[in-house]
Design a protein around this ligand. Structure first.
Ligand code: FAD
Ligand code: 2HG
Ligand code: ZN
Length: 487
């Protein structure tokens, strides 16, 4: 059997098709609210389809267990019966990893959503995996702490989901990756075994750091049910400035200067190209564009610290110097909280704007800073040469670039009017070859999922891929967890 949506992918016949006996078993351990079964009344497309509406599975069953013990029973049963399972958090992932390809059972973490404990002295938060990131953040903000990770999907994505993808987000530059801030995890293994390592220690050199195996594993080797994470003191003062520069070289110059002159208060450094902001204008109709004229590149700089006067004066000195030298040609600084939020919207709304014409092909790559923008230019040239880009009925609107300059992470988004194979073949493996030729990574922060399952070799050696496969085979010998994806 091939998938109607993916003619090149075949259903693995080792996986059992769900029977009434299976349903009866799930009914014996779960309440009615924890089982969603497709029928005339229940439409499961929210769970079957991803955020971009690019990947679509055909699962007929979603389980939303409320306890770790129930997850353990479900996995134990699925392992024995060889039922394939897709773990799902907030379903905001951008690589098709969180949805089924065929009829896999969807195991949603949405009902496992309690804050377990917060220690206001150490700043360590322990919570269930299904807690929505924004809710976790609101909980600790009351006690003057903040989650070390922030991203546009915060209102929907789960704490467990961001750990499973090792999401990077807007403040990685300041607070580092989840590989550093996660202190412990609770995980249910494919055979149902619960591994509790919800530690609260920053230092623990007792052998392999096992939790790292699950951070960024994308639901392929275990289900994360609990997270222990070191949060950060909530800064008392925030500033956001939105600046214009005339070239990508100048983006880099401002970055170097911002690191030197703003140093410890610099908390985000994002760049956006002109086309990304033009697209966003059509989404942000009721927010006025912050600058009078259009420019080739824009930069959003956030500072945060404990003393507003100190931060203001540092930022002012920095901005005066880069403007006097002509590196920055225009700019504004938010004067109040509303303006600050509005400036952030010009950055955070790009993912949504990029697909407003119908769809988007997303590439999330690490590249040396000097080469970062050349991929966007090369992609636009390639699409033009293929005759695919232009006004309707051409299928491609254009390629835009933006991203986390501080992390060497480019988001190349190709806005399209429809998803089609010609576009995909023009872009892939072209983009991956380009990245590999510059010794970058084909996934900086979104993961591999289904989209990049055939392209891991552009960033990992055969020996590394073999180790990944060995680990998978050892812990998930029946390969029930998230099949058809990158491993
Ligand atoms: P899902 O999408 O449900 O799942 C993602 C993957 O993790 C899947 O493979 C799934 O099987 C697995 N998974 C989920 N939960 C578990 C679990 N408990 N145990 C085991 N496996 C699990 N990413 C960034 O890195 N930086 C950004 O700035 C950023 N911004 C975004 C902005 C928007 C608007 C959107 C839509 C996405 C953005 N992302 C960003 C993508 C990012 O990957 C997700 O938002 C987030 O990490 C996924 O969380 P989720 O709970 O939605 O997981
Ligand atoms: C961001 O930084 C996210 O906004 C999403 O990682 C990027 O949609 C994208 O390509
Ligand atoms: Zn990002």
């Amino acid at each position: 059997l091939t998938s109607a949506n993916y003619p090149d992918v075949h259903r693995d016949p080792r996986f059992k098709k769900l029977t009434s006996d299976d349903l009866n078993y799930f009914r014996s351990i779960l309440s009615e609210q924890e089982i969603l079964q497709a029928n005339e009344l229940e439409d499961l497309s929210f769970y079957n389809e991803d955020w971009m509406r690019k990947y679509k599975g055909q699962s007929k069953l979603v389980l939303r267990p409320k306890s770790v013990e129930k997850i353990s029973l479900i996995l134990n049963y699925c392992n024995d019966e060889k039922i394939a399972v897709v773990p799902q958090g907030g379903n905001t992932g951008l690589v098709g990893g969180s949805v089924p390809i065929f009829d896999e059972l969807i195991l949603s973490l949405a009902s496992l959503n309690k804050i377990r404990n917060f220690d206001p002295v150490s700043g360590i938060l322990k919570c269930d995996a299904g807690v929505i990131l924004e809710n976790a953040n609101n909980h600790i903000m009351e006690q003057n702490y903040m989650f070390p990770l922030d991203l546009g999907a915060k209102g929907s994505c789960h704490v467990g989901g961001v750990v499973a993808t090792n999401a990077g987000g807007l403040r990685l530059l300041r607070y580092g990756s989840l590989h550093g801030s996660v202190l412990g995890l609770e995980v249910v293994m494919p055979n149902g075994r619960i591994v509790n390592s919800m530690h609260s220690m920053r230092k623990d050199n007792t052998g392999y750091d096992l939790k790292q195996l699950f951070i960024g594993s994308e639901g392929t080797i275990g289900i994360i049910t609990g997270v222990s994470i070191l949060t950060v003191p909530r800064p008392k003062a925030f500033n956001v400035s939105y600046l214009a520069v005339e070239s990508f070289e100048d983006v880099q110059k401002v970055f170097v200067r911002a690191r030197q002159e703003l140093s410890e208060i610099l908390s985000a450094f994002e760049f956006m190209d002109s086309s990304s902001q033009i697209l966003t204008k059509s989404e942000l109709k009721d927010v006025i564009f912050p600058l009078e004229d259009e420019h080739p590149f824009y930069i959003l700089i956030e500072t945060s610290g404990s003393n507003k006067d100190h931060d203001d004066s540092k930022l002012e000195t920095f901005l005066e110097s880069v403007m006097e030298e002509g590196i920055v040609t225009d700019g504004v600084v938010a004067q109040d909280e509303t303006e600050l939020q509005n400036l952030w919207k010009w950055r955070e709304m790009i993912p949504e704007a990029s697909q407003a014409n119908g769809g988007v092909y997303k590439y999330d790559v690490s590249l040396p800073l000097k080469d970062l923008y050349s991929l966007v230019e090369a992609t636009n040239v390639r699409l033009s040469e293929a005759g695919l880009v232009g006004v309707s009925p051409k299928p491609v609107v254009g390629a835009i670039g933006y991203g986390h300059v501080g992390d060497g992470n480019l988001h190349l988004n190709v806005a399209v009017r429809e998803y089609n194979k010609d576009i995909e073949k023009t872009l892939e493996p072209f983009v991956y070859e380009f990245v590999s030729s510059k010794h970058g990574s084909v996934s900086a922060e979104h993961g591999l999922g289904f989209q990049k399952k055939n392209y891991i070799g552009y960033s990992k050696s055969p020996e590394e891929i073999k180790m990944i496969k060995d680990l998978k085979a050892h812990y998930d010998p029946n390969a029930i967890l998230n099949p058809y994806k990158y491993v």
